[in-house]
Design a binder for this molecule. Structure first.
Ligand code: ADP
Ligand code: MG
Length: 667
């Protein structure tokens, strides 16, 4: 159903919603709250810095009308309070003196009077709530507005209900109940039940896709045993033991007739890219084509640029295909790919498009495998006769989970970092030390080094609050006028046009702008060895694995590097979590601790869930659920499993999945 059925939604806001990935009512329903806030019902709980939303029974005493606004004087248990409406003069008919109404909104102090501006009339809400959803919104859209649309969407539309009882019974209620409760839960246990239902669905979808895409035993390509010595000798460094060992395992797989399906795991900065390049060399020097699939355009570009000098000696050309490759160039490259010319191909999911047929594909490398999910494999496999697959993951996944998620893959590990790397000095600071810390950044820049500043959001919300996480918009002002007055910076985030993103990255890599202010678009893969400092603003908003990834953007040379975590929260729990990072540099150890901390239960909001590409499922909490689902599927015969194919759509239909991935990354 179309969005314009919703009240108060004009063209401008429709565009805003489109920017958030919302095009129809159904999209609205799956735009989940980032967190929840308590609803206060007692005016006694109001204090000057109160940011909470109140729901109050107000006795209306008198009304006053100006051309611009409508103002009611009223009281709550004899405490005077004013209710003010702008642009809602029609309220005059529905709110009458000597009657009591329930209003919901924030309370402000204005000339020593308490007032609520443009509250919602609680009878327009059908039932009582103790907590309210808080969404991540673009500016121009308020929480109140958005909640109203969600309510309306939930009322007017229901999602097609699939029967999941063969997988996990009925204990978590129906899908539609879960959708309603995840937006407007009545109690915390309500919320947990809804989350469980949606998490269980995700477990089923993912595991079904895993079973359905399981490859029949097909013969693959037995690559020639290529000697890589001269390529290895031209490298400016010596391979580490882990790199050499992994390469040996990969070459063995590639020369066998059985298709390779291998996961290369190594902590961030351990040097996986060069191992991948050497594997690709085996493919192209045997006369085939090799493809490298990167999760973002920025990364695809970067890897492509690094590949050119590496492959120069082989005289086999490198090409790049992304969403922003010009049509003419693309057609020409596609023809070369189709003709079977020996090529090293780099790109994003554009490589998966059905219109692109590889003539001689024999190896596919996927970077940041856990973000791509299971199904890419079958899509890629369909592009050649059982091609070899090398997946790479820098997010250290504890072995137990790795087996769960990527059951049938073999594993290569790079355990140690290249020699000479110094541990990254990591500091946790509060907002009061920020200014000094930025001074330190300026001094590093003066030495000719570079620095990243990362923050969680792009823009300020409509109703900015002290507790809001730092945004690019806000920080940019502070940096320019106060924090980094001597240093030029450039900005990078997912909502910028692609060529603007490229030039920002270029300005940073070349050193023209030595500070890069960005969102988590730099989380994966970015390799600028001159960078020695990374600042992470509102660090408490990120997961530990993510912070570890971000930190891995520095410490990529023999210079001393620093990571400054700025924690804006005073919560003990948040601080304890950040400490893990200060104390450890080992990705696997951090992942284990993260799992343990999250496993202790931490349910307010989804911001912390969503690891491994899931929205609701959190393997730290839901491992038992995951196993239950696995047992149910294991007990089904093939025919039954096939009858559930549509359940796995989200993972089988690659393009959609990648689309979701992009939406998540467009922050
Ligand atoms: P990641 O495993 O995180 O993808 P990269 O492949 O980006 O790491 O490598 C990180 C940096 O280390 C790159 O600048 C790369 O050139 C360099 N590097 C890789 N292997 C070695 C090595 N054996 N010795 C020294 N530097 C290396
Ligand atoms: Mg990498």
């Amino acid at each position: 159903m179309k969005l314009n059925r919703l009240s108060g939604l004009g063209q401008k806001r429709i565009e805003k919603l489109a920017g958030m990935g919302i095009f129809k009512l159904a999209d609205l329903m799956v735009y989940f709250p980032g967190r929840y806030e308590w609803l206060e019902t007692d005016l006694k709980n109001y204090h000057e810095n109160s940011k909470n939303t109140f729901q109050l029974e107000v006795l209306i005493e008198s009304v006053q009308q100006n051309p611009k606004f409508l103002q009611f004087q009223g009281s709550v248990d004899q405490v005077p309070i004013r209710i003010v409406f702008f642009h809602q003069s029609y309220r005059k008919q529905s709110i009458l003196p000597n009657q009591t109404y329930r209003f919901q909104g924030k309370i402000q102090k204005w000339h020593n009077n308490l007032q609520m501006v443009n509250p919602i009339l609680a009878k327009e809400i059908t039932d009582e709530r103790i907590f309210l959803p808080v969404y991540r919104l673009s500016s121009g859209i308020t929480q109140t507005m958005f909640r109203r649309w969600i309510r309306q969407a939930l009322k007017e539309e229901s999602v097609y209900e699939r029967d999941y009882s063969p997988f996990f019974g009925n204990e978590f209620g129906t899908h539609n109940e879960a959708l309603r409760a995840i937006h407007f839960p009545e109690t915390p246990s309500d919320l947990e039940r809804a989350r469980k239902r949606l998490a269980a669905e995700e477990a089923v979808q993912y595991q079904l896709a895993q079973v359905l895409t399981k490859q029949p035993d097909r013969s693959g390509i037995a690559h020639q045993e290529i000697t890589l010595d001269s390529l290895i000798k031209q490298l400016p460094f010596q391979l580490t033991e882990g790199q050499t060992q992994s390469l040996t395992e990969i070459q063995k797989d590639m020369s066998s007739i059985h298709p390779m399906y291998r996961l290369l795991q190594g902590d961030v900065g351990s040097g996986k890219t060069v191992v991948a390049f050497l594997a690709m060399a085996v493919s192209v020097l045997s006369g085939h084509q090799a493809a490298y699939l990167a999760p973002t355009e920025v990364l695809a570009n970067q890897v492509y640029k690094k590949a050119i000098p590496f492959f120069a000696q082989t005289e086999i050309p490198c090409v790049l295909v992304t969403g922003s490759t010009k049509k003419k160039v693309r057609t020409e490259i596609n023809e070369r790919i189709q003709s079977g010319e020996s090529l090293v191909v780099f790109g994003t999911h554009a490589l998966l498009s059905d219109s692109l047929a590889f003539g001689q594909l024999s190896l596919v490398v996927t970077d940041e495998q856990h973000r791509f999910g299971v199904a890419q494999r079958s899509k890629l496999q369909s592009k050649g006769p059982a091609v070899d697959v090398l997946a790479m993951s820098a997010t250290p996944i504890p072995r137990t989970l790795a087996l769960t998620l990527f059951g049938e893959m073999s594993l290569s590990m790079i355990h140690s970092l290249p020699a000479g790397r110094k541990p990254i000095r990591t500091y946790l600071i509060g907002p009061q030390k920020r200014k000094d810390a930025y001074g330190f950044l300026e001094r590093e820049i003066e030495k000719g080094h570079r620095g990243f500043v990362v923050c969680p959001h792009i823009e300020l919300g409509e109703e900015p609050e002290e507790s809001d996480p730092m945004s690019i918009e806000k920080l940019e002002g502070e940096i320019r006028h106060d924090l980094l007055t001597h240093t030029s910076h450039t900005t990078l985030h997912g909502r910028m046009k692609k060529d603007a993103q490229d030039s920002a990255m270029e300005a940073f890599t070349s050193g023209k702008s030595p500070v890069l202010l960005s969102t988590t678009v730099i989380e994966v893969g970015i390799d600028v060895p001159e960078a020695t400092v990374i600042f992470i603003e509102s660090a408490e908003r990120f997961g530990l694995a993510q912070l570890h990834q971000l930190r891995g953007r520095v410490g990529r040379s023999d210079r001393q590097s620093y990571c400054i975590l700025i924690c804006h929260s005073k919560s003990e729990k948040a601080i304890e979590r950040m400490r893990v990072l200060v104390e450890s540099q080992d990705g696997f150890e951090i992942a284990e601790k993260d799992l343990r901390l999250r496993g202790q239960g931490n349910l307010f909001g989804l911001e912390q869930h969503g690891t491994f590409g899931f929205t609701h499922l959190d393997l730290a909490i839901d491992l038992e659920l995951w196993e239950d689902v696995r047992r149910s599927i294991a007990g089904m015969d093939e025919k039954t499993i096939l009858s559930f194919t549509t359940y796995a759509r989200r993972y089988l239909d690659n393009l959609k999945e990648v689309g979701e991935y992009d939406a998540r990354y467009s922050r």
